[in-house]
Design a binder for this molecule. Structure first.
Ligand code: KG4
Ligand code: ZN
Length: 403
């Protein structure tokens, strides 16, 4: 099955084309035929965060060029024309996207793909709608089925399948992935909008066992970075500063004076809380004005340690309680070096033979490969006689839940 996947839930415009076959547990394989991604980080950075309507306009501008790039790489662009009936009505609000798509459809034939997969939530609703309407327009022009994909399931499935191959490079290789996943699988999903522990006792069935009660961990990284005057997005900046702090031998004697709480670390549940940690950082920042570079490094390290401590503690508690065999970690924060190392070390120290599945750093953050993979497995669950969702019934839902 050939899938064209579209991701626009936040500030990445991404399109990926894969060819996949087989089923999980036996002979699943896939090949990335084309993959293109445009990050809007530079556009949003001056504002210190993602502006939904700005993201929406950028997706509108970039979707056709990014899709063309992915299809070109896949060798699936052939001169000709595709029908355009009904497309204008679907893109009535996305006029710029419509103008570009109209030109594109007048130049190229329907590519050889079988299904369109699109993220329909969770995320920023205005941004999600652009992707959903784009998918509906393409499905109408090319008479293809659409599979709506939950973004968090995308992170989870990508980690579960590709989390073992550190030397992963995206395009052009045929992958034999971790098809024989051992269950129960525990997924730790850590991103800008989510912090969740999900238990999966069988493929694509989920139980939510814990989640944050306030801020998501990625949101805390971004807010703490902002408090320290670091650029957006804050996660990678804190990661870099904390690593510098660990490497640097002379640290101004501040080491002992910087301590932050480990919220909810000992509670008898799987929930998290990060907003108190952020407030504690605010107090620390206020008490040490003007912040020296070494103080920034120390705070970054202590903040990262505090996050890692609670994430590791709750993950290991669940590993023990549920006899977990695989731990899949996904979402942008799983790019964090310290969190990756600490989870690996904790599983080793515990003597668990549970496998740690974390994707390489560049696939930890948002991309369209994860949507293509989840889309494939969702499509496989649909009856082959066209039991797909009616394109016009697919809606963006900013608060879509996995469980
Ligand atoms: O999954 P993702 O790309 O988008 C969402 O679905 O939210 O996650 C983005 C989040 C941001 O909060 C960003 O600061 C964080 O992931 N992030 C990191 C790192 N790279 C990205 N956090 C900590 N360390 C990193 N290296
Ligand atoms: Zn994400």
């Amino acid at each position: 099955m050939r899938i064209l996947a579209i991701e626009t839930s936040c500030d990445e415009t991404a399109v990926c084309v894969i060819e996949a076959d087989g089923s999980q547990g036996s002979d699943f394989r896939f090949q990335v035929l084309g993959n293109a991604l445009l990050s809007q980080v530079a556009t949003h950075a001056p504002y210190g965060g993602v502006f939904p309507n700005l993201a929406r306009r950028e997706h509108e501008k970039n979707l056709v060029p990014i899709m063309s790039e992915a299809l070109q790489e896949a060798g699936l662009l052939s001169p000709g024309a595709s029908p355009i009936e009904g497309v204008e009505a679907i893109l009535a609000r996305e006029t710029e996207l419509f103008s570009q798509l109209q030109v594109f459809l007048s130049q190229y034939k329907k590519p050889e793909i079988d299904v369109i997969a699109v993220t329909h939530g969770p995320g920023l609703e205005p941004a999600l709608w652009v992707g959903v309407n784009f998918a509906r327009a393409l499905a109408t022009a090319w008479q293809l089925p659409i599979v709506p994909v939950n973004h968090m399931e995308g992170h989870l499935i990508l980690s579960a399948l590709c989390g073992q191959n550190e030397k992963y490079q995206v395009s052009g290789i045929r992958y034999q992935v971790n098809s024989k996943i051992q269950f129960p699988l525990l997924a730790l999903l850590i991103s800008g909008g989510h912090t969740e522990l999900i238990l999966s006792r069988e493929w694509m069935r989920y139980e939510l066992i814990g989640q944050t009660r306030d801020d998501a961990v990625g949101e805390a990284f971004d807010k703490v970075a902002r408090l320290m005057g670091l650029p957006y997005p804050g996660g990678p900046e804190i990661d870099r500063l904390a690593q510098q702090a660990r490497l640097s031998s002379s640290n101004d004697g501040f080491t002992k004076s910087v301590t932050l709480p480990r919220p909810m670390i000992d509670t008898n549940d799987y929930d998290f809380s990060f907003s108190g940690l952020k407030t504690a950082v605010r107090r620390l920042v206020e008490a040490h004005q003007p912040l020296s570079d070494s103080m920034k490094m120390l705070i970054a390290r202590e903040f990262e340690d505090a996050c890692a401590d609670v994430l590791v503690a709750k993950t290991m508690k669940a590993v023990e309680e549920f006899g977990v065999q695989s731990v899949a970690v996904g979402g942008g924060v799983s790019a964090n070096e310290e969190i990756r190392n600490r989870l690996a070390q904790a599983l080793k120290d515990y003597g668990s033979d549970a496998k740690l599945l974390i994707p390489p750093r560049d696939l930890a953050t948002d991309n369209a490969l994860m949507i293509a993979l989840a889309g494939y497995f969702r499509a496989m669950q649909n009856p082959s006689d066209g039991g797909f969702a009616e394109p016009n019934s697919i809606r963006a839902n900013g608060n879509l839940k996995l469980v």
